[in-house]
Ligand binder design. Structure first.
Ligand SMILES: [Zn+2]
Length: 313
């Protein structure tokens, strides 16, 4: 379904949406109506938004390299229901603003949504101006089979991208869209757009694990999690003690482990059983952090923690 290109660059979002599409097929979930993407690579955010739109509209279930009319339209930026919204996209004829996303554009969206559609409609908001790309910049487009005849920039939104009154004019559409409608906002950080919009959106940090990984130094020791039995528990504890002696402190390692568990919970959002276990283990780690501050030896704290994780109590 989702092109594996995105598994490499946005592993968390790739897993999240892959699972979500499975649940949507079984009619157990609906696709979110408003999403913020945060991160440093806005072009890849845009391509990811288009990939999601492609899967929801494809006639062959989002097959990779599909050539159905919907996939063709999306890959040439001309799908009637997949709309770019920027300073230079989705402007009405009577709209003379050129440097902001205007109220007239918000009203144009409202009018568009008042008509019914068989498609899953997307409105992808970003900041844009005319741009000529060099060959290197088009690499990602080419790899995903997108038309490289593209003449607009894809930049992150910020406060000045919108006319000050536009966000309010958008609220009604964002809050109560017709079925099968999704708004996506491409940003560096959600701090860059108004809270009124942010509070109505699901936010996804689109970054590679490496950028994100505060626990990468200890990952190799704990990567078996959650499959930790009694023997593995003692092994992990021993290895972490050695690692701490040479490189770190107990408290840092426990906090890294905590980050790891929090990340895992996000990636397994739909797996209630696993999430319950992780939440339980987060409590164990928090207790261990308290002990680490109370001068209890590394060995006792880590042995106790790992055994609790293996046993579940
Ligand atoms: Zn298709």
């Amino acid at each position: 379904m989702i092109n594996s290109y995105f598994e490499k660059i946005f592993p968390f979002a790739y897993n999240y949406f892959s699972k979500l599409f499975e649940l949507i097929q079984k009619n157990e979930k609906e696709f979110p109506q408003a999403i913020i993407f945060e991160g440093s690579n806005t072009i890849n955010q845009y391509l990811f938004a288009l990939e999601l739109a492609r899967i929801l509209n494809c006639e062959n279930n989002g097959k990779k390299n599909c050539n159905c009319i919907n996939c063709k339209w999306i890959k040439s930026y001309s799908h009637p229901a997949i709309n770019n919204v920027s300073q230079i996209h989705f402007k009405g004829e009577d709209d003379e603003t050129k440097t902001v996303i205007s109220v007239k554009q918000a009203l144009k969206i409202e009018r568009a949504l008042s008509l019914s559609s068989d498609y899953h409609r997307f409105f992808i908001f970003f900041s844009s101006k005319e741009k000529i790309y060099n060959d290197d910049e088009l690499k990602n487009f080419r790899e995903l089979g997108y038309d490289t005849n593209i003449n607009f920039s894809i930049d992150p939104l910020n406060y000045s991208s919108f006319h000050p009154t536009t966000p309010n004019a958008l609220l009604k559409s964002i809050e109560e869209p017709p079925q099968k409608t999704t708004f996506i906002f491409l940003t560096k950080s959600k701090e860059d757009i108004l809270q009124t919009i942010v509070s109505r959106c699901l936010t996804f940090k689109l970054s590679s694990k490496k950028e994100n990984l505060s626990y990468k130094e200890i990952y190799s020791y704990i990567s078996d999690y959650p499959k930790i039995d009694y023997y593995k528990a003692i092994d992990i504890s021993d290895n972490l003690q050695k690692y701490i002696k040479e490189n770190s402190t107990l408290e840092i390692v426990l906090n890294q482990f905590l980050e790891f568990l929090k990340d895992l919970i996000k990636q397994n959002y739909f797996n209630t059983f696993l999430c319950t276990k992780i939440k339980n283990d987060i409590n164990f780690v928090n207790n261990a952090i308290k002990q680490s501050k109370a001068n209890i030896s590394d060995k006792i704290v880590l042995d106790t923690l790992m055994l609790k994780i293996a046993r579940g109590y």
